[in-house]
Design a protein around this ligand. Structure first.
Ligand SMILES: CSC[C@H]1O[C@@H](n2cnc3c(O)ncnc32)[C@H](O)[C@@H]1O
Ligand SMILES: [Zn+2]
Length: 428
């Protein structure tokens, strides 16, 4: 066994208490083997003056959209997608998707993210980028059938199934997959009815956008006579392994459906605010026992991939939505950004304990905005920024040491992304 010791720091334990401790990692197994005092390893990472936390889990992203950061802002979802984003995405090549994915992965590692769930196209490029970057991911091809003839719609759904089958277990098991219909309004009922059972046969979960805007709920109610999540349940899309993004406009019955089904929800507060989609009833979902995680959505609707900013937004908007300052408290959002997202998307991790994957971030506490240190869980929720992360480790591999990303050439990644983004803007 070759080992890595993370020494000298304070450690955030699964019950969200903080203790002074060292961590010993088995690098071959990629697991934490001991949390204790005076631990020594074959190599070490200095965590003195720092807080050792589980790597953050971004439960819903479109990582390659980092290439479209700032491309179109200040519009509601439907206009943003139809007038700007979908035309630009139509001009993206496989190489553009690769460049955008590498840029997003660089940003994630710099901010302590060690796992994410992602829906996009050209997924083979994203797989290769994830393999190189060294993080964990649940990846899938997003299906849109509206505006397509039957042959094209079926090909898109087949592609999502094929991608889910082909890449499951890639990158030494760090990559898992899902079947990913884009949403309940952009994929026709007949395709959901035909392909959801095939996804079940393939043994993969289903991930989709749901109840994001009022405009998306209304046509389902008008045409089907039921709310979207009852419609999803009737089509077998509300199983314990499934997870949906947004869940902004969910009523009491839908919250109970989610809780009974065990289907996870990924809350995307920044995207929901920026697109003025609405305020998700996170406190009600948590109280009902729904597994809630946090996601950034893509960088084009956020406009960054900072998991700490997202946790802070979740706490803030959760209070506003409930009209109650005690709603969605600090410990809740820290749990949501770690174990909550990991559980919702079905990725191991989100907790520092013996036997858990060694997916770890070390946050540097030595700065004015993190002084004084009354309560480190409060700091994680409200004051830490992605740029405070000193080291990032995934599966025992050091991905960033002293803010130097070791798995990606950060200058090259940024230069390629800038060039490709300029070319896409010209072409689109
Ligand atoms: C077909 S691949 C995924 C698809 O989703 C688009 N997208 C990005 N953000 C959102 C959002 O908040 N709601 C719905 N769809 C979104 C992305 O641009 C891709 O086309
Ligand atoms: Zn999304």
């Amino acid at each position: 066994m070759t080992t890595l010791a993370i020494i000298g720091g304070q450690v955030l334990l699964p019950d969200l208490t903080v203790e002074r401790a060292d961590l010993l990692v088995d690098r071959d197994a990629g697991e934490i083997v001991e949390i204790g005092s005076d631990l020594e390893g074959d190599a070490h990472l200095d965590a003195s003056g720092g807080l050792v936390i589980p790597g953050l889990v971004n439960g819903h992203c479109h990582v390659a959209m980092s290439l479209l950061r700032g491309y179109a802002d200040d519009k509601p979802l439907d206009a943003w997608l139809r007038e700007d984003i979908w035309p630009a995405e139509g001009a993206l090549t496989a190489e553009d998707v690769r460049a955008g994915a590498e840029l997003g992965l660089l940003e994630m590692i710099e901010a302590g993210t060690t796992a994410f769930a992602d829906m996009y196209f050209e997924v083979g490029e994203i797989v290769e980028a994830v393999e190189t970057a060294g993080v964990r991911a649940r990846l899938g091809h997003g299906i849109v059938t509206v505006g397509k003839d039957d042959a094209a719609a079926r090909a898109d759904a087949e592609e999502s199934l094929a991608v889910a089958r082909e890449f499951a277990g890639a990158a030494d098991g760090r990559i898992s997959t899902a079947f990913m219909p884009h949403s309940l309004t952009t994929v026709g009922t007949e395709y959901l009815e035909e392909f959801v059972p095939k996804a079940r046969d393939a043994g993969v979960p289903i991930h989709y956008h749901a109840n994001e805007t009022d405009e998306e709920v209304a046509p389902i109610v008008a045409e089907e006579g039921v709310r979207p999540l009852a419609y999803a349940a009737e089509r077998g899309m509300l199983e314990p392994e499934d997870f949906l993004a947004h869940a902004v406009h969910v009523d009491r019955e839908e919250i109970d459906l989610l809780a009974e089904a065990g289907t996870g929800v990924i809350h995307c507060p920044a995207s929901n605010m920026k697109l003025a989609s609405g305020m998700a009833p996170v406190e009600e979902m948590r109280e009902a026992g729904v597994t809630v995680g946090i996601g950034t959505d893509g960088a084009a609707s956020n406009n960054d991939l900072d998991p700490f900013g997202e946790a802070r937004d979740a706490a803030m908007v959760g209070k506003l939505a409930s009209g109650d300052a005690s709603a969605v408290p600090a410990d809740a959002v820290v749990g949501m950004a770690t174990a909550g997202s990991a559980d919702a998307v079905g990725i191991e991790g989100g907790r520092l304990e013996e036997g858990a994957p060694a997916d770890i971030a070390v946050v540097d506490l030595d700065s004015a905005h993190l002084t004084p240190r009354h309560d480190l869980v409060s700091h994680l929720a409200y004051a830490v920024r992605g740029s405070d992360v000193r080291h990032t480790v995934c599966g025992g591999e050091v991905l960033m040491r002293d803010r130097e990303v070791l798995t990606l050439d950060s200058e090259g990644v940024r230069e390629r992304a800038q060039k490709r983004a300029e070319a896409v803007a010209e072409r689109a």
